[in-house]
Design a protein around this ligand. Structure first.
Ligand SMILES: [Fe+2]
Ligand SMILES: [Fe+2]
Length: 335
């Protein structure tokens, strides 16, 4: 019996919002989150996408549930492997704030993974220009990084370390990376491109009660390269909101944050007919409910984001391009 069928039974009726939200998250894993015509791959390939684990070895609480982050990240990667992932992508904000001990913890967790892992930095990982250390620990020679999976290439970018004129964070993909990306895509068959920061378009999908973090600042230049090479899919995280945009023909799939509600990750199944996306969680229903509860009491912003995540999970699929060739993406909040 599925979670959805169980939820219909009166004895499982939920009388508090956190349990109801957790139930929605589990019910959502029973059906596809999105179906895309592309990317395609002749050899069926399963890619797990984990975003914003925000691992901390000693912090507690907040809506990121820091005291559970180490365990949840480890359990999630093991779950992805158990489910036959051919590779794992981690789309940034691996740590709470880029502390040495947290970076070391993430490195040791990733060392136990038995499939290829592609990692890009988030704004929380590389504060104060510590990108060189990040590149040394997580890449073979800096960004972009490329993972070839037999007919499907995944390319990771660093969007997190350019500093603006006043030394503030700027979410920019450097010109040098864009040039190298251009070269890589020229000899890639089908490619998925990953950055922590999002493509533009998200603000247009949400109502007035929440303004998402800004997208990649030089998104036009990035989209020039992506559209020139007909890249079908871009992956990102950062906003901790499961969502989907389409800009100049490029699908922008935004993963939910692992540490925060719904504590889930995505599985992408790519084959010759297209890509099917599902969401999974390695947490228990009680843990997911606790994450929802924490988001409600932490701040107005976290409360809205979790509410929107719960809505998204109740209205799947986000898109089904096989049933609806226009591929129209509905607003996240329709009222
Ligand atoms: Fe984050
Ligand atoms: Fe972020």
């Amino acid at each position: 019996m599925s979670v959805e069928e169980l939820a219909e039974r009166p004895q499982f009726a939920e009388d508090d919002a956190a349990s109801a939200a957790a139930l929605r998250a589990f019910a959502a894993s029973e059906r596809p989150l999105a179906r895309f015509d592309r990317p395609r791959a002749a050899t069926p390939t399963r890619v797990a996408v984990v975003s914003d684990p925000h691992v901390s070895v000693d912090a507690e609480g907040t809506w990121k549930v820091f005291h559970r982050t180490q365990e949840l990240f480890r359990e999630t990667l093991a779950d992805a492997e158990r489910r036959g992932a051919d590779a794992i992508v981690v789309s940034g904000d691996l740590t709470k704030d880029g502390e040495e001990r947290d970076i070391a913890c993430v490195r040791s967790i990733l060392d136990d993974v038995g499939v290829p892992v592609l990692v890009v930095p988030g704004n929380h990982d590389v504060k104060e220009r510590r990108v060189a250390r990040f590149e040394r620990l997580f890449t073979d020679g800096g960004f972009p990084v490329r993972l070839s999976l037999g007919g499907l290439d995944v390319v990771g970018l660093n969007s997190a370390t350019a500093l603006g004129p006043d030394g503030e964070e700027a979410a920019t993909v450097s010109d040098a990376q864009l040039e190298r990306l251009d070269g890589m895509l020229a000899d890639s068959a089908e490619a998925i491109v990953v950055s922590h920061h999002n493509l533009p378009g998200l603000a247009a999908h949400v109502g007035d009660d929440w303004a998402p973090h800004p997208p990649v600042e030089n998104a036009d230049a990035l989209l020039d390269v992506l559209s020139r090479h007909d890249v079908p899919l871009h992956l990102s995280g950062h906003v901790h909101l499961l969502s989907l945009v389409r800009e100049r023909g490029v699908r922008g799939l935004v993963s939910p944050g692992l540490c925060s509600f719904p504590q889930s990750y995505l599985l992408l199944d790519v084959d010759e007919t297209g890509t099917t996306v599902r969401s999974r969680t390695a947490a228990t229903r009680e843990q997911v409910a606790a994450a929802y509860e924490a988001s409600q009491s932490h701040s107005a912003r976290s409360s809205v984001i979790s509410g929107l995540n719960a809505e998204q999970l109740s209205n799947l699929p986000l898109v089904d391009e096989r049933a609806d060739p226009t591929g129209e993406i509905r607003p996240i909040r329709s009222d």
